[in-house]
Design a protein around this ligand. Structure first.
Ligand SMILES: Cc1cc2nc3c(=O)[nH]c(=O)nc-3n(C[C@H](O)[C@H](O)[C@H](O)COP(=O)(O)OP(=O)(O)OC[C@H]3O[C@@H](n4cnc5c(N)ncnc54)[C@H](O)[C@@H]3O)c2cc1C
Length: 575
C-alpha cells in the first residue's frame, strides 16, 4: 500500500474563516479533522481581510431587509435569494460570538461599536478592527478551535474527493507536502472551504486557486457564475514593492479617486455615490479613465486621503499608512497610485440552504461557493458569508455524519491519484520540457488581458483558443525540476495546473455566452444589462464524464428588478 489511511467523522478542507467556523460547529461528539495546504488559520485570505464585516445595523433606518436589497442590487439579481436571506438574518450573533472567542472590534468611548460604510451599502454597517479585521477575527476563531481540541494538519494538500461505490462522499485524498507522502482520510462527510478562484487571474493574494471548485465539479457537484471575477478597484500599484489591495476602508473613510487632471472622476460615472459606488463600477470607471489617457504616470490612477486629518488617517488606516511609510510615502501628505486587480471570483460551487452540494455528504461554505453574491460581491459581505455559511456547512456536515457509518473509498480513485502524482515525479526533464512557473505566468496574464475588467467577443474567443492550446500542447510538456519530496511546492503548482486550465476555459466560455453586461462582467460589445434575456445563471456540471454547461432562470423569490423602478428602468450594468 502506497498510502497511509486515517479516519475522521467530518473532514474540513481549508483553514480560513469558513473552515474554522465550520469546524467549531460540527459538534463535540464527532471527530473533526481540518486539512489545509498552508497553515490552518494563517494562510488563506481570511487573515488578510482588512476593512470590515457587514453585520451591525446601527442606523435605525437600516436592517436585514435593506441589507438584503443592497446585496441583490449589487449582485445584479443573480443571487440565490434564499441564501441572501439567510446571510442577513444571521448577522446579529456574529460580533458577540467573535468577542466571546477573544476578537475585539473598535468601539467609541461609550463602548458602542464603530461602523464604516462600504461601496454599495446604503448604510454604514461594517464593524472593523482598524484595517486588520480579518487578522483579529482569525485570532478569535483559532483560539476556539484550539480550545475545542479540534485536530488539524497543516501543509496537507487535498487533491481529490473520494466516493464510495454509490457515488457518495467517502473521504479525501491528500498529498502531505512536508514529506511527500500520500494519505487517504476516510470520513462520513466533507466540508469544502477552500476559497474562490481569483488566483486564476493575477490576484493580489495568489491564495485562491480554485482547487475546491474544480474538485467539487469533478466529484459531481455543480458550479455557477464563474464568469464574474471581481477586480478590487484600488490595488497598490506604485511603487511596485507596495503589494496588495488598498482596503475599501480607504474609500469608506472618505478617500478620493483622482485622475491626472486632479478631477474626482467618479462624478462622470456615478455622481450620487462617487467613490462609494460598487467595486465593479469603480473598476470599470478607473479603466475608462486610464484608457482615455487621464491615468497616473505609472499606469494607475490616484487615490488620496490628504484632505482628511492626518491623525484620523493614522488611527483608521494604520496598516495602509505604515505600508506606504516603509517606502518613504506619507499618505497623509501625498496621493498614492492604485489600479484594479483581480480579487474575488463571485461564483463557485452551487449549494442549497443547508450548504449541501448535489453530492451526498459534500458540503461547502464561504468563498468557494456561488449564490450569495450573484454578479458582484459587496465589500465586507465576504466575511459575513464565511461565518454564516461556514457554520451552516459545519452543522449539517455533522448531522450527516451522525446519520451514517464509514463507507469505503473507491480504490480505483485512490490508485489513479497516486499514479498521477508519481508520474509527475518520474518524468525526466527533456529538450521539450517547460517549467510550471512559465506556464502559470502565461495563464494569469492571458486571463487578465482577455477575461479581465473589460471584455469583448474576439478577446474571449482568443482566450478560449489559447487556453485549449495550453491544455493540449503545453501542459503535457510541463516537467518537475525539483524531485525532492520535502516541501516541494513545485509539485503543488503542477498539481494545480488542471484546476487552473479547466476553470479558466469554463470562465471564458461563460463570459462569451453572456451577451450583456452585469455586475463584474463588462462586455464592451454588449455594454447594457439585459434583464429580458439574462436573468440567468450559467451552470457547469459533469454528465457521463463530459463537462456540460447550461443557463438557468434565476428564481426571483422575494424581490425582482421591477420592485426597484429606477434600477429596472436603467439599462446600465449597475444602476
Ligand atoms: C487582501 C484582502 C482583503 C480583503 N478584505 C476583506 C474585507 O475587509 N471584508 C470582507 O468581507 N472580505 C474581505 N476580503 C475577502 C475575504 O477575506 C475572503 O473572501 C474570505 O476570507 C474567504 O474565506 P474562506 O474561508 O472562504 O477562504 P480562505 O480564508 O482563503 O481560506 C481558504 C483556505 O483553503 C486552503 N486550501 C485551498 N485549497 C486547498 C486544498 N486543495 N487542500 C487543502 N487546503 C486548501 C488555503 O490554504 C486556505 O487556507 C479580502 C480578501 C483579501 C485577499
Amino acid at each position: 500500500m502506497d498510502y497511509k489511511e486515517i479516519k475522521a467523522d467530518v473532514v474540513i478542507i481549508g483553514g480560513g474563516g469558513a473552515a474554522l467556523s465550520a469546524a467549531i460547529n460540527v459538534g463535540k461528539d464527532l471527530d473533526t479533522l481540518i486539512l489545509d495546504k498552508g497553515q490552518v488559520g494563517k494562510s488563506g485570505c481570511s487573515p488578510n481581510a482588512h476593512g470590515g464585516l457587514a453585520v451591525h445595523y446601527k442606523d435605525p433606518n437600516d436592517g436585514p431587509e435593506i441589507h438584503f436589497e443592497d446585496t441583490l442590487l449589487s449582485g445584479g439579481f443573480l443571487n440565490n435569494q434564499d441564501l441572501v436571506r439567510i446571510l442577513v438574518q444571521n448577522t446579529s450573533e456574529i460580533v458577540p460570538m467573535l468577542e466571546r472567542y477573544g476578537a475585539l472590534f473598535d468601539r467609541d468611548e461609550q463602548g458602542n461599536l464603530l461602523v464604516r460604510r462600504f461601496g454599495g451599502h446604503r448604510y454604514a454597517r461594517s464593524v472593523f478592527c482598524g484595517d486588520e479585521t480579518g487578522h483579529e477575527m482569525m485570532n478569535g476563531l483559532r483560539r476556539e478551535v484550539y480550545r475545542l481540541g479540534i485536530r488539524y494538519i497543516d501543509e496537507a494538500f487535498v487533491t481529490r474527493l473520494l466516493h464510495d461505490e454509490n457515488g457518495e462522499i467517502a473521504g479525501v485524498f491528500f498529498y502531505y507536502l512536508p514529506i511527500g507522502e500520500f494519505y487517504v482520510v476516510k470520513s462520513k462527510s466533507v466540508v469544502l472551504a477552500t476559497a474562490d478562484a481569483a488566483g486564476l487571474w493575477p490576484a493580489a493574494s495568489e491564495r485562491q486557486r480554485g482547487d475546491g471548485i474544480y474538485m467539487a465539479l469533478m466529484a459531481g457537484a455543480e458550479i455557477a457564475d464563474i464568469e464574474f471575477i471581481q477586480y478590487h478597484p484600488t490595488h497598490a500599484w506604485w511603487p511596485p514593492g507596495v503589494r496588495g489591495s488598498v482596503s475599501e476602508a480607504f474609500r469608506g473613510e472618505g478617500g478620493w479617486l483622482l485622475n491626472s487632471k486632479g478631477e474626482r472622476f467618479m462624478k462622470r460615472y456615478d455622481p450620487e455615490n462617487m467613490e462609494l459606488a460598487t467595486r465593479d463600477k469603480v473598476s470599470v470607471s478607473i479603466m475608462m479613465e486610464i484608457r482615455a489617457g487621464r491615468g497616473a504616470p505609472h499606469g494607475g490612477i490616484f487615490a488620496s486621503v490628504t484632505h482628511l486629518p492626518a491623525k484620523y488617517v493614522k488611527k483608521r488606516l494604520p496598516v495602509i499608512y505604515q505600508k506606504y511609510k516603509n517606502f518613504g510615502i506619507d499618505i497623509t501628505k501625498e496621493p498614492i497610485e492604485v489600479r484594479p486587480r483581480p480579487h474575488y471570483l463571485c461564483g463557485g460551487v452551487v449549494i442549497d440552504e443547508n450548504a449541501a452540494t448535489k453530492v451526498p455528504g459534500l458540503f461547502a461554505g464561504g468563498a468557494v461557493t456561488a449564490g450569495v453574491h450573484g454578479a458582484n460581491r459587496l465589500g465586507s459581505n465576504a466575511l459575513t458569508d464565511i461565518l454564516v455559511f461556514g457554520k451552516i456547512a459545519g452543522k449539517n456536515a455533522g448531522e450527516f455524519a451522525r446519520s451514517r457509518e464509514y463507507h469505503s473509498p473507491n480504490k480505483n480513485e485512490i490508485e489513479r491519484e497516486i499514479k498521477r502524482i508519481k508520474e509527475i515525479f518520474d518524468k525526466p526533464w527533456g529538450k521539450d520540457s517547460i517549467s510550471i512557473g512559465k506556464v502559470r505566468r502565461e495563464l494569469i496574464e492571458l486571463m487578465d488581458k482577455d477575461v479581465g475588467v473589460i471584455r469583448n467577443e474576439s478577446g474571449l474567443k482568443d482566450a478560449i483558443e489559447k487556453l485549449n492550446y495550453i491544455k493540449h500542447e503545453i501542459s503535457p510538456r510541463v516537467t518537475l525540476r525539483d524531485k525532492s519530496k520535502t516541501f516541494n511546492f513545485e509539485v503543488k503548482d503542477i498539481l494545480e495546473l488542471p484546476f487552473r486550465i479547466e476553470l479558466g476555459i469554463a470562465s471564458a466560455t461563460a463570459a462569451l455566452m453572456r451577451k450583456e453586461s452585469r455586475g463584474t462582467h463588462f462586455r464592451e460589445d454588449y455594454p447594457h444589462r439585459d434583464d429580458e434575456n439574462w436573468l440567468k445563471n450559467i451552470v457547469f456540471f459533469l454528465k457521463d464524464g463530459e463537462l456540460k454547461v447550461e443557463t438557468r432562470e434565476v428564481e426571483l423569490k422575494y424581490k425582482k428588478p421591477t420592485d426597484f423602478p429606477e434600477y429596472a428602468k436603467s439599462r446600465s450594468p449597475w444602476h
